[in-house]
Design a protein around this ligand. Structure first.
Ligand code: GDG
Length: 500
């Protein structure tokens, strides 16, 4: 138990006041040695960081994450394995063996689990679960998850206050299973899964031993949070299908196992409305916006903003744009497609190939349709969040067509900051569809023809209809900010603690 924690226990907290522990692969802070025996701290972006801002004022929050850089490792070494306060949060960084971390992150979590949960396989060829993958499972994924659980247990085991632990996402599926024997039933374990949870059939790609280990571990939780009710339902079905002695007795959102009930609940993640408004007003964003206005001219803007990631379906989006220009020549020279693409996992061969295909397709569209004044599609590759927010203010059509997406925050940010009463073309397989679908123009991500027609419909939609839809969408996002997402999880965990 850390010295700092004991002091907080004594001074500030009553036994009613819970300790909240977040565990995630990537933490909220990164560290760089400052050359003077100290460290420069940088705060990461992301919904969880925002949501915690307000929470840390009311509750004591501890964050356990992996050290991801040399600077992080040096900071962790300096703390000697103890949590230390950083911007109001007690932070503990674990420092896994580098090979183990590589196996956990680059062999199991990202290629295997991400691909299964977004159903991205080319089944005759991949996945190919060979000896290396099995080793990575045991010595990487399982080992790093165990290390996370041990770090969490060590920071909470000395407190007699109620404890709620929130492991985040697909990197940490084994944490509940390791934690429960270490901490017993007195703690609430409540993971949140940010990405889709597909139905039982998708999980057949994973060998039974790995699959059952993940499901059994997750069922050591008290409640599991998902982005949508569909994901929660799929989880319940997956457990029923693959595990013996697991029942749901007709319930769509809970599983009975060993005479315990594990809830599967939907907590749709959202954006930080206040922070986005501030960002819109910042000088840099305004400057980028005026540059974009010049670039767009009097054409109508079709925008997409994505990580370069096959599940985002960027390639079919371009094919649909080509089909739009072919099927509806009246839009030629009157529209501008802008794709802001953020590099992601660029060391992975499949991702490099995917970017190459995107650039080739865009090049072919420009070769076919451009004239002296018009370049039909502009691809911008790079990291620039203010530019993305500036562009979102200006779109007439926002194209969000993922094959599968846990939520898709671009859809929510877009409808919030847009100033053109733009239309949202939204995949029915984005989590955001459950909240925004009825006011968007929905598409099947595989239907290139249908996506072209959806963009056409968006472009010719009468002004009054566009205004009404845009207003309804904006209102919906305003009313469900990211804080609400996190507080709802905390409230349910607190209620469960009280009923114990
Ligand atoms: C995962 C799930 C789920 C845009 N340009 C830049 C930049 N962005 C922002 C976007 C948006 C965020 O990055 C991307 O979030 P998404 O939700 O769209 O997608 P994933 O990255 O795949 O997120 C997803 C999410 O987790 C939360 O649970 O919604 O389904 O896949 O806010 O505007 N960010 C930075 N630089 C840019 O240039 N840093």
């Amino acid at each position: 138990m850390a010295e700092g924690m004991l002091k907080a226990d004594r001074d500030n907290m009553t036994t009613q006041n819970p300790l909240i522990v977040i565990a995630s692969n990537r933490g909220a802070h990164t560290f760089e040695p400052d050359g003077e025996n100290g460290f420069t701290v940088r705060r990461g972006a992301g919904g969880l960081v925002t949501a915690l801002g307000g929470l840390a004022e009311r509750h004591e929050v501890m964050w356990v994450a992996a050290a991801l850089s040399e600077g992080d490792r040096a900071w962790a070494a300096r703390q000697g394995g103890q949590p230390s306060e950083v911007e109001g949060v007690l932070l503990r960084l674990i420092t896994p063996d580098l090979d183990a971390y590589h196996s956990y992150y680059n062999v199991i979590a990202n290629p295997l689990l991400w691909f299964i949960q977004h159903q991205l396989w080319d089944l005759p060829r991949t996945p190919s679960i060979d000896r290396q993958v099995w080793d990575a499972w045991e010595q990487g994924y399982v080992a790093v998850n165990r290390q996370f659980a041990e770090a969490i247990a060590s920071v909470v085991s000395g407190t007699d206050r109620p404890v709620i632990i929130f492991p985040q996402d697909y990197h940490l599926y084994m944490v509940p299973g390791f934690l429960r024997p270490l901490l017993g039933p007195r703690v609430q374990i409540q993971p949140f899964v940010h990405i889709p949870w597909p139905g039982p059939d998708a999980w057949r790609m994973l060998p039974a031993q790995m699959r059952d280990a993940i499901l059994t571990s997750m069922l050591q939780s008290d409640r599991i949070g998902f982005q949508t009710k569909k994901d929660a339902f799929n989880f319940v079905q997956t457990c029923r299908f693959y595990l013996d002695d697991v029942h749901s007795r007709g319930s769509r959102d809970s599983v009975e196992v060993d005479q315990r009930v594990v809830q599967a609940s939907a907590y749709p993640i959202s954006v930080d409305v206040e922070q986005l408004r501030t960002l819109v007003d910042e000088h840099e964003t305004r400057l980028l916006k005026s540059q974009l206005i010049t670039f767009i001219g009097d054409r109508r803007l079709i925008l997409r903003v994505d990580r370069i990631e096959p599940s985002k379906n960027i390639l079919r989006g371009l094919q649909a744009y080509r089909a739009l220009l072919e099927q509806h020549p009246e839009h030629r020279d009157r529209v501008q497609m802008l794709a802001l693409l953020v590099p992601s996992r660029m060391e992975v061969l499949e991702y490099q190939d995917y970017l190459r295909e995107i650039m080739a397709e865009a090049g072919m569209i420009n070769a076919q349709f451009s004239d002296a004044f018009w370049e039909p599609v502009r691809i911008v590759v790079g990291e620039n969040y203010p530019r993305a927010i500036a562009a979102m203010q200006l779109y007439d059509v926002l194209l969000v067509n993922p094959i599968a997406d846990g939520m898709n925050l671009v859809a929510k940010e877009g409808v919030l900051v847009n100033e053109h009463d733009g239309a949202l073309v939204l995949s029915e397989h984005a989590g955001a569809y459950y909240e925004l679908g009825d006011q968007s123009i929905s598409v099947s991500p595989f239907d290139v023809y249908g996506t072209a027609e959806a963009m056409h419909r968006a472009l010719i939609m009468p002004r009054s209809e566009r205004e009404a839809r845009a207003a309804a969408l904006r209102e919906r996002v305003q009313g469900a900010d990211v804080r609400r997402w996190f507080y709802a999880q905390v409230a349910d965990a607190l209620a469960a603690l009280e009923s114990h």
